[in-house]
Design a protein around this ligand. Sequence first.
Ligand code: NDP
Ligand code: 2IT
Length: 456
Amino acid sequence: MSKTSPRPLTPDVTSALESLRADAVRRNAGEPEFHQALDEVLESLGPVLSARPELLDVLRRLVEPERQIIFRVPWQDDAGATHVNRGFRVEFNSALGPYKGGLRFHPSVNLGVVKFLGFEQIFKNALTGLNMGGGKGGSDFDPHGRSDAEVMRFCQSFMTELYRHLGEHTDVPAGDIGVGGREIGYLFGQYRRITNRWEAGVLTGKGTGWGGSPVRVEATGYGNVLFAAEMLAQRGEDLEGQQVVVSGSGNVALYSMEKAQALGAHVLTASDSSGYVVDEKGIDLDLLKQVKEVERGRVADYAERRGASARFVPGGRVWDVPADLALPSATQNELDAEAALALIRGGVKAVSEGANMPCTPEAVRLFREAGVALGPGKAANAGGVATSGLEMRQNAARSAWTFADVEARLAAIMRDIHATVHETAEIHGAPGDYVLGANIAGFQRVAEAMDAQGII
Ligand code: NDP
Ligand code: 2IT
């Protein structure tokens, strides 16, 4: 990231942004993740708003979700005990297309978390160049340790309320933390049963035998590594021989590792909420996939079975392992100032966000000051939702593309996103500042559409 700063703001725009922020914080009290996501975008938009102050009115509408749905999700466990969870869907913005974004099942989910994710999704989806609005949903349900039958009953109960808000032209959910192919299957089945419609385009991330797209499973991780490769190419480097640290061991982490290894990088780490594994010989991805995807086990199990090259560090964080490239792929705020300083000391050249908002604002500032390239999630991890967009296209046309075809389209989209973001930062006087470039380019596309469609 560049050490240069974007052009200064006019006093009018500065005070308008301050009052807009204060108003949004007051109306969304107690939602720190949403405030953080909002701040990051607002801090980037000064140059655009100084040139076009009339877009301030658009921004005032943009920070208010179009619709927020909260509902009760009762379900019974295998022993017959009743549980009550809370379900959410924040339909944030539909100027560019139907609401689109994942569902997260994790105990930390609350309205503020869903709102931050939905807000990020608006700009991410705009950057893909496809026609998708922004939304996000989920529940505070914890799938860890639950049987398939319990997860099925939960998904059926969740969909029994959510179905009325969905539709291929209205709102199209997909997976996120705790929601993968198994959950999408149960959700799709219940939608089909309630509506009596085989409506493929209502969910993405489906199985490839029943309306899913090839590459959707791999897309977020593959796309993130392709974005990182584009950032490295700006320095005249590629991934060959680079040391890479990856956090997480879920969907995004595993397929980031797969693409990084395919491009010749050396992947050193994996993690989950109990700690991390460092493997001197490089992560054995077949073993890690067996442990995580097939057995739904923990990274500690991987270390135990891998032998002498791997070590499990309970409670530790992968950022203490020196590397050229860091791919945070677990969750929000997992990479703080202390972690950023450790990475910078270890000589990190680029950080590409597979997760949504994994770097704290202090970490972002430290990377910027140190000249480390930082690919923000809304650009770097957009390959997942972009491939969801390709799945929607195949569903609408009742066609199925090959793996190679979808992968080539994904690669082209990631290259385009990188080019757009890079060029936008340059135009606005901050070359190399991908955070600024992504926020401005995403905002401009949505704002133009909102402006054209009137005050709604
Ligand atoms: P998964 O559920 O497949 O994996 C999540 C991984 O992150 C697990 O290893 C999990 O460990 C770890 N993790 C989750 N929450 C925490 C936490 N609070 N503290 C520590 N570790 C945690 O999710 P995904 O791989 O799909 O998602 C990972 C990130 O990528 C999220 O930020 C998501 O929003 C983002 N993302 C996902 C996309 C997708 O297509 N799936 C697209 C774009 C972004 P444990 O099992 O111990 O909880
Ligand atoms: O954060 C994300 O972009 C996702 N979880 C994927 C959303 C999608 O609709 O594919």
